[in-house]
Design a protein around this ligand. Sequence first.
Ligand code: PEP
Ligand code: MN
Length: 354
Amino acid sequence: MDPLLHRNETASVVAVGAVRFGDGSYPVIAGPCSIESESQLAAAATIVAGAGASMLRGGAYKPRTSPYSFQGLGREGLRLLHAAGRATGLPTVAEVMEPREVEIAAAHLDMLQVGSRNMQNVALLRALGETGKPVLLKRGFAATIEEWLLAAEYILDAGNSQVVLCERGIRTFETQTRNTLDISAVPVAKALGSLPVIVDPSHAAGRRDLITPLALAGRAVGADGMMVEVHPNPESALSDGPQQLDGRQFASLMDILDIHSRREEIDRIDHRIVHLLARRLEMSIKIGRAKTARGLPLRSPAREEMILDAIEDEAARAGLDPRVVRDMYESILTESRRAQHRSTLTAVQGGIGG
Ligand code: PEP
Ligand code: MN
């Protein structure tokens, strides 16, 4: 039996307020590792909203490796995150660690996060399945992709289809980075599970200098968004200081991601333009053949002039320089005439030879 009973035929899209995971957009969830105080969170929220983040994150319950490290502000943290989300208009996400905290967290947040250390906390997964709130399920740092997808099944099977997966790095023998971002897990988990998958380069790398290259790597392998830690003053952070970006660094990351998405869009447009040109040429060739068959002249200057006039008008309406577009079209028409000649010539030669 297929253990992934809740796999969809089509990839799912998860909505968190106006944000969409899995629809081809690339939402960026940003905010501090821990919510430390009202002023720290407000400053972080202003930074991330100003630089174009889609969602605000912040840890209220911190699953620290040591019980003596800062454990988070708990419910007070949830309250602060809710207020900061309202103030900036950004949907919020924070980790919840225990089933008994799910209800209160769901009342304060737009999305609930399962941390790496809790990926197989079955009671928590079931409780999250019952809320109906979107869930961000982080991959356990020692979990296989299959175990991760099966953890998601607990939530889906309890009736909640709003699950986003987050690859946050796994433990390997490498010590230069905190974890190893498993880039191949993104397309593999997407293909196997049909759920959106985002990347968290912050917890993967543990070092801020690697955030941008890993964020770009995530984009390149088809991630549906990313999570990144941002602190107004990382040097004073109560947790994960070395991996958090400050405001300037986050803004520059967002600029780089923006340039990449625009380039991708340009590549898609160019691809379409080339294919449309090929179709246009195909039509001209067919017309050329029909004219030759009827003994009509190939060239009709009146028709060409009409096309160029119409194109100039259309270009002006679209906000383009009509002269420039006309020049481009003259090249297109020249190539059409050449292709018509070539094609009728080969047809005639074919006829003579045959
Ligand atoms: C976090 O995102 O706050 C966090 C603790 O991450 P992870 O569970 O991936 O370690
Ligand atoms: Mn952290």
